[in-house]
Design a protein around this ligand. Structure first.
Ligand SMILES: [Zn+2]
Length: 348
């Protein structure tokens, strides 16, 4: 066997090994991708039970939800079928409430600045729209032999302080207050004439995949340069077998392409209203909240451009590839979700 052939076989084996490794790494992810549509309950047990008067399982048509009625007006949500283990239908609950942007949330918290007691609230906002004797309740389960405990709060409800949220000042010891908010239901605003719209897109969280071609070009340029310099250093320019070289390049190219494709499939980027799900430099999935991003530094490797999102107290940043398959949607979503003071905005 010629020495060059050994190199090609070696390269081929390495690429197959890498591709196999990547495929194994992705298998779980891929299965969860394909499994999504299969995971629903098809046995119909919940549907049948919900029609039986003496079984406390009920169906909420508006919300598209199954629940267990506790007999006192309370609901215990059912997420899985107890017989086949399949999931219950996707709830419509999210689309029945107005979306609260992070900017609006910040504005609401700013309303609370300097407020300590009920008197402060009434002085600043006038009398409440509603006074609730029981605005909220909590129950803390007892640990290590201690009994369960509970607490209830009276509340002052203000409906006009935000177009999308109801603000409830809960009253505690010594008339001190804490601010809570809840999304308004979508529909007519009960106090005014305006419509409350749900501005959240149907898929609240968008997953972005990087483009395959730039990864392939970068990978192929590095591996081919290494491959040629190895061959030439071993065999000299005269000793190279042209046919074998061609086979090596084609096989290596195909392997690189497969590997690049698997990489983009594995290392997806998720943008949520809370922050970014990206990857650390070790390829481990990591989340960084918008407010936690203290510095942003660009990085370029050959034709691949990244933003590195730094957090306080962590040396290893979260990597955000900018060569996205759906670039305009990606930029639009980033503009929509990144808070106005975020350092990431200077790179958009
Ligand atoms: Zn079922």
């Amino acid at each position: 066997m010629k020495s060059a052939d050994k190199w090609f076989i070696g390269l081929f084996v390495i690429l197959v090994f890498l591709a196999g490794f990547a495929a194994l790494y992705c298998a779980k992810k891929l299965m969860s991708l394909f499994g999504k549509s299969k995971g629903k309950c098809k046995c119909g047990l919940l549907e049948n039970f919900s029609k039986e008067a003496d079984i406390p399982i009920r169906w909420d048509e508006r919300m598209n939800e199954y629940y267990i009625a506790d007999g006192k007006g309370g609901r215990i949500m059912v997420y899985y079928c107890p017989f086949c283990g399949g999931g219950t239908p996707d709830s419509r609950r999210g689309s029945f409430f107005a979306h609260i942007t992070s900017r609006e949330e910040t504005r609401i918290y700013d309303l609370f600045k300097g407020i300590r007691t009920v008197a402060d609230v009434v002085t600043r906002f006038g009398p409440p729209d509603e006074e609730r004797e029981f605005a909220s309740g909590v129950r803390w389960p007892g640990r290590r032999g201690k009994p369960d405990r509970g607490a209830a709060f009276r509340g002052l409800v203000y409906k006009r302080l935000s177009p999308v949220a109801d603000i409830v000042f809960e009253v505690g010891l010594g008339d001190t207050v804490r601010l809570t908010w809840s999304q308004k239901p979508v529909g007519k605003d009960p106090s005014g004439q305006q419509d409350i719209m749900n501005t959240q897109p149907k898929n609240g969280i968008m997953v972005f995949r990087a483009r395959v071609l730039p990864v392939f070009v970068a990978m192929a340029s590095v591996t081919l340069t290494g491959f040629f310099s190895l061959i030439i250093s071993k065999e000299g320019l005269q000793g190279v077998d042209g046919g074998a070289l061609l086979i090596g390049v084609v096989v290596g190219g195909l392997g690189s392409f497969l590997y690049a494709w698997l990489l983009t499939l594995c290392f997806t980027l998720k943008l949520t209203p809370e922050g970014v799900f990206g990857h650390s430099c070790w390829g481990i999935r990591r989340f960084v909240g918008w407010q936690e991003i203290v510095a942003v530094k660009p990085f370029r490797f050959l034709n691949l451009r990244y933003l590195r999102l730094f957090q306080n107290g962590r040396a290893c940043p979260v990597w955000m590839p900018l060569y996205q398959a759906h670039k305009s949607e990606f930029e639009q979503e980033l503009k929509r979700l990144a808070p106005p003071n975020s350092p990431i905005r200077s790179y958009l």
